[in-house]
Structures are given as C-alpha cells and as structure tokens.
Design a protein around this ligand. Structure first.
Ligand code: ZN
Length: 389
C-alpha cells in the first residue's frame, strides 16, 4: 500500500499491525494541515501514511475505542492501557496522548506476551499441586491468592485459573490494569482513563458481586476488604498478591487489615510460584556440585551430589540455560490452619501446619526440579531468594 493512500488504515488494521510485532510503536500525529501515521522500525520511523487532519482525529479516537479506552480529551496529556481482539489472538496496548496546537499526538505501544493465556498443561504443575488446585477451584467459594515476587508469572497463573472458572453462563469480572484476554470475562480497567484504583473498583463490585472475580492487585486495605466482602457473599475471588510464599501471603493480608476471623473463614488456599531458567538441552551434561551453599538452600545433601548443567553453546547464547519453568507451592486452608489464622497467624505455626499434610513447599519443589535435571542448584537458589526468616 502506498504512503499516500490512507484508505487501508483503520483501527482494525492498525491493531493487526501492532499485534504482528510485539513491542512495536505507532505514532499518529496531527499537524496544522495534515497528519502522519508512523511506525517505529529499528532506530528510525517508517511513514505508513499521510492523512488529512480530520482523518487523524477520527483514527486516533477509533483506535482508543477499539482497545476499550474512552477518549480522554485533547486539552491535557493522558495515558491509558487497553487491548483488542485481532485475527488469531489478542493484543494489549499502552496509549499515551500529548496535546498540541492542532490536535496532538497519540502514541500506541504494543506489549509483548501480555495477551496470551497459557494452556493448563503449559503450567507444568506437578501432580499433587495440580490436584490441590483442582480441589480449590471446585470447592466452596472464597479467596484464592496467587502469590510471588514481581516477575514470577503471577498474572499468567491468574488468567490460567480464571479460564477454568469463566464461561458463557458465568458472570466473571477481571479487575486489572490491562484487559483480561479471556472470552466471557468483563474487564474493569484499573488506572485507565478514569484513574480508578483497584480497591475502588473492587468496592464498587462488592455492592453487586459477580460469581467470579479475578484481580491483579490486592495492594491496599480497601482491596482486601472488598475481596473478603465478595467472598462472604459467595463469590470466587482469585487475587494476585506480592509476597514471597504462602505463609508470607497470609501475613501480608493481615497487615492490609483483613479481619482475622473473616480471613480464616474465607481464605481457601494460596498458590505461590517462582520462575527458574531451564538447563539448555543442547549442551547439558552431568557435573559435580559447584555451589554447596545453593544445595544447602534447597535442603539437598551437598556431599557427592551431581546435577545437570549447560556448558554453554550457540543455542543458549553461551549461558547454559534456555527457557523457563515455574516452581509451585499450593497450600489448602484446612480447619487447623484456619484456626491459626483466626488466632493471629503466628508464622512458625502457620508454616508447620501449612505443610502438615505432606505437600511440598517452594524449596522442596525447586529441589525436585534440580534432581530431575530441569535446572541447576544455583539457579533454583537464586529464584527462591533469601531463606525464610
Ligand atoms: Zn546450550
């Protein structure tokens, strides 16, 4: 298509272009007499079209509408996140508007990865953890927390769990700062053009709770209170929470003013995760243990321990690692654990009771991946971080 021909460019074709290249950026500029549509390419810009000014305005506003973001005006700068369906998938975008004397400029960046939802099998859950999660998803309604530090794949897990609950006959709402890519789920966009915090949106939902709610953020007391209020009214609430592990997550919820007896009554379980780098299959070989400290962190006997590690090859860029795998910990809240939560949640008692049924914690599951040759002691210890306090 020629740069002079604006006709092929519609909100839908622009979105398709952004989806084709994650991390790409479009600029829609309105000048005094005409406008330009440019696409970032390497270190420069490709001119896609020169458009009449009025067409730029219309295209900017149509694009914002297509990705589910209300047009926030031309008299001040604004930012918003949105997303839309394209052939074969979904694309998440960030919009940023800069006002100008003749109408202003809209920048649209596509996010990589954020749009896809991992299939259940891709989660690679160990059998015991998978069975526990199935029980939690099918058991009584209440709160299921999905926890880990940032970069541990919490949002991937949240959407994968939500997909198991959502469907055409289920009233499901996601409260998130980017659109939920699942069908049959309504997104309430936090920190969008309206600037609502997740807690405000959850509180609004609690007045008329849906059957299923998923939120990417339980960062303040109002969000925690609203999540528990919905649980009390019979909603299933899936919530991401930044915490090191299951025990830390319970402490974090209480710090955020969860009423202990309500939390003990409504918290059904916690899924904690970490991502570890996998040993590169192309250059893996058996080595003797190099880091006794890492083995000790994992609870492995260092003496005589051998494990798989990558030597470094072109396939892995010399790092010895290729791809990632999640490490999990699933805690189901038993009557005994609920009693400890109601009684002030002493961390040592919580830890002892959380794993009393013989379920593996993050450390044990990370050690299992080392023994299975999936990752190295050094990498597993790095992903786990500091030892439990
Ligand atoms: Zn390699």
């Amino acid at each position: 298509m020629s740069a002079a021909d604006p006709a092929p460019w519609t909100a839908a074709t622009l979105l398709q272009r952004l989806a084709a290249d994650p991390h790409s950026q479009l600029l829609l500029d309105r000048g005094r007499l005409d406008g330009t549509l440019r696409l970032a390419r390497g270190d420069g810009w490709e001119l896609l079209a020169e458009l009449p000014s009025g067409a730029v305005d219309a295209l900017q506003e149509a694009l914002a509408a297509t990705v589910g973001v209300g047009w926030a005006g031309r008299d001040r700068p604004w930012r918003a996140s949105g997303g839309g369906e394209v052939a074969g998938g979904w694309v998440s975008v960030a919009l940023s508007f800069l006002p100008g004397p003749w109408g202003g400029r809209l920048s649209v960046r596509s996010h990589g990865g954020g749009g896809s939802v991992a299939a259940w099998e891709q989660l690679a859950l160990p059998a015991a953890e998978e069975a526990a999660l199935r029980r939690l998803l099918q058991g009584p309604p209440g709160l299921l927390a999905v926890v880990g530090p940032s970069g541990s794949g919490k949002t991937t897990l949240l959407w994968a769990l939500l997909r198991e609950l959502a469907g055409p006959t289920v009233n499901a709402v996601a409260v998130a700062d980017h659109p939920c890519p699942l069908p049959h789920v309504t997104t309430a966009l936090a920190r969008g053009t309206a600037g609502c915090e997740p807690g405000e949106l959850l509180a609004a939902l609690a007045a008329d709770p849906p059957q299923v709610v998923a939120t990417t953020d339980l960062a303040d007391p109002s969000a925690v209170t609203a999540a528990l209020a919905m649980g009390l009214q019979g909603s299933r609430v899936l919530a991401n929470l930044a915490a090191a592990d299951s025990v830390a997550a319970i402490g974090r919820l209480l710090q955020r003013e969860a009423v202990p007896y309500l939390l003990s009554d409504l918290l059904r379980g916690v899924l904690a995760s970490r991502l570890v780098r996998c040993v590169c299959a192309a250059c893996a070989r058996e080595v003797t243990l190099r880091s006794p400290a890492a083995a000790a962190r994992l609870g492995l006997e260092p003496r005589g321990l051998t494990h798989r590690a990558g030597a470094g090859c072109p396939a892995c860029g010399g790092s010895g690692y290729r791809g990632r795998r999640a490490v999990y910990e699933v805690v189901e809240v038993s009557a005994a654990l609920a009693a400890i939560i109601a009684d002030g949640a002493r961390p040592d008692l919580l830890r002892e009771q959380a794993f009393a049924a013989g379920n593996a914690d993050l450390t044990a599951n990370a050690a299992a991946l080392v023994l299975a040759g999936v990752t190295t002691p050094e990498e597993a210890a790095r992903a786990l971080g500091r030892d439990h306090d």
